[in-house]
Ligand binder design. Structure first.
Ligand code: DQQ
Length: 548
């Protein structure tokens, strides 16, 4: 029906219909990418007792073919739901899944599952051995607070480790379990991380990153030149946070690179300042990179979800690596997305944007595009002074100083998903502030004008970009526009903002795209390229899908 297609994305991962949430068990096996996800096969809403693992396969992380669900709540150890978990490639190359089952007494336990036939390139069927659960609920953990096993990694002692989220005697903890055989797991006395401050965390991810270069590492890699990243999803804010640090596999300890941020995860760094949660990474051995998936929920009403018949998308898979500063991660859409680029338009090199400039980018469909733009700031002189209070709440600052509020250096950026009369538009922009002898770069995605519809969550999103702006006089922005998704990468992947938008005009007319400057100081667009993107084949059936 027509309604189903409103806001449906063209190249973000979605099942054909129904509800999806967390990314689960991404893996690369025998030339094929597998993606699993929290899925309700019975409807468009999350349903506590009805979660299965949806399953799709791909040769390129862009085009996906749907398969039958991989895990369904059918056994005593998961009869009330197959919740989130991860995949691990075992020695010999066979994958294993660890996931949380909600058992017959409504308690969270950890289960294992294996491919029924490892020779099947599609890994269609998964077997849940009857000896499950492999990890029962510990006595000091409430039945509803023990979940989300990570991908396992091997220590030098030859034992597997996994991280599991739990609330232990009221304290949000990331527990580590060890195992020699993947079946019998023993809990470490000390958690990898714990904090009284933030409440329950979910979906822990611990993975290594190279200190130099953009290549990824297998999850078990460690040693000289390797740092680790601990990522936790905080229920309280529904945000993902990470910390870079040193993981010691002898003691199973994680020492943060930025101890000043404390143990309250809410003060750690963010992958994304927008609307994403429950992210999970995997090592892509095919291209030697670490790839991150994240769930972006809908921001309209449940009634809308039901009417459409679906809910939830995944962000574009992102390559992820450690910045030279040893503290922040950089993210970039996997290069395969560029295979969707079709018609290309550009702006004349070195176009000057004076105060109030707003140049339309014509010639590409504004609702399905990939835009890359570089802004050169000739002078930082006019930058507004930063009120120190603003440092605490960049999101609020993005609201108070929106795209229409003139500044000194900025706001400049893109206006996307705009109606012809501009009544509806989403602004993605930067603004530079002077802060003592230094500068701060703010990045925002402002949704307040994104739709004329009421009952839609339309906040301003934003964060400060960790970059030395005196050195980088060129600020780059890449925005992926996909009907109801505006996914932006600021300053070469130093800050990301993913937003969901529901403009009314998109149902009947085209969306417009602009580059703008609303600062008093001129900025120069040294480069602007925009591509219309083709529609990927995402779970629309298996015609044309070739198994190599
Ligand atoms: N969603 C899953 C849980 C996880 C939560 C259930 C995070 O396993 O903790 O659908 O979104």
């Amino acid at each position: 029906s027509e309604g189903r297609h409103v806001g449906r994305t063209a190249y973000h991962f979605q099942p054909a219909k129904n509800w999806q949430n967390d990314p689960n068990g991404p893996l690369y096996y025998n030339g094929m990418y597998h993606f699993f996800y929290q899925y309700n096969p019975h409807g468009a809403l999350w349903d506590i007792g009805n979660l299965s693992w949806g399953h799709s396969v791909s040769g390129d992380l862009v085009n996906w073919a749907p398969l039958d669900t991989a895990l369904d709540p059918t056994a005593p150890f998961d009869i009330n739901g197959c919740w989130s978990g991860s995949a691990t490639i075992l020695p010999g190359g066979t994958p294993a899944i660890l996931y949380t089952g909600i058992d017959a007494s409504n308690e969270e336990v950890q289960n294992v599952a294996f491919p029924k036939n490892p020779a099947d390139p599609l890994l269609r069927e998964w077997v849940k051995p009857s000896y499950n659960p492999v990890i029962a609920l510990p006595a000091d953990v409430p039945g509803d607070k023990f979940r989300d096993p990570s991908t396992a990694w091997l220590g030098r002692d030859g034992l597997w480790r996994i991280a599991v989220s739990a609330e232990v005697s009221g304290v949000a903890s990331t527990l580590v379990y060890r195992s020699a055989d993947f079946l019998r797991w023993e809990r470490n006395a000390a958690p990898l991380h714990s904090s009284r401050a933030a409440g329950m965390v979910e979906c822990p991810d611990l993975f290594p990153v190279k200190q130099h270069g953009k290549d990824g590492l297998d999850t078990s890699a460690n040693g000289p030149g390797v740092s680790h990243v601990l990522k936790l999803s905080v229920m309280d804010t529904l945000q993902d946070y990470y910390m870079v640090g040193r993981y010691d596999d002898a003691a199973d300890t994680f020492v943060p690179a930025e101890p000043g941020r404390g143990d309250d995860v809410r003060n750690w760094r963010r992958f994304d300042y927008g609307h994403v949660y429950a992210s999970k990474s995997f090592f892509d051995a095919r291209k030697n990179r670490r790839v991150l998936w994240s769930w972006a929920n809908e921001s309209d009403s449940q009634a809308d979800d039901v009417a459409r018949g679906w809910s939830g998308v995944q962000t574009v898979p992102r390559k992820l690596w450690l910045d030279k500063d040893g503290k922040q991660l950089r993210q970039w859409p996997i290069e395969e997305i560029e295979t969707l680029r079709r018609k290309r338009v550009g702006l004349r090199r070195d176009t000057m944007l004076n105060a109030g400039a707003m140049n339309e980018i014509v010639g590409v469909a504004g609702s399905q595009a990939d835009v890359e733009v570089a802004f050169k700031i000739p002078s930082l002189e006019g930058a507004e002074a930063l009120d120190p209070n603003w440092l605490l709440d960049p999101q609020k600052l993005c609201g108070e100083k929106g795209a229409s509020v003139p500044g000194g250096v900025g706001p400049f950026g893109l206006i996307v998903m705009a109606s012809g009369d501009l009544q509806e538009h989403t602004a993605v922009f930067f603004r530079v502030f002077r802060h003592h002898d230094d500068y701060k770069l703010l990045m925002c995605t402002d949704l307040t004008k994104s739709s004329t519809r009421a009952g839609v969550y339309k906040p301003p999103y934003g964060g400060f970009v960790d970059i030395d702006i005196k050195e980088h006089k060129v600020i780059k922005l890449r925005t992926l526009i996909d009907h109801s998704v505006v996914e932006s990468y600021g300053a070469e992947g130093r800050a990301c903002i993913t937003a969901r938008v529901y403009p009314e005009h998109a149902q009947t007319s085209n969306s417009h795209l602009f580059v703008f400057n609303n600062g008093t100081g001129t900025v120069k667009v040294t480069k602007l390229e925009a591509w219309e993107l083709a529609t990927a084949t995402v779970n629309v059936g298996d015609e044309g899908f070739i198994v190599s």
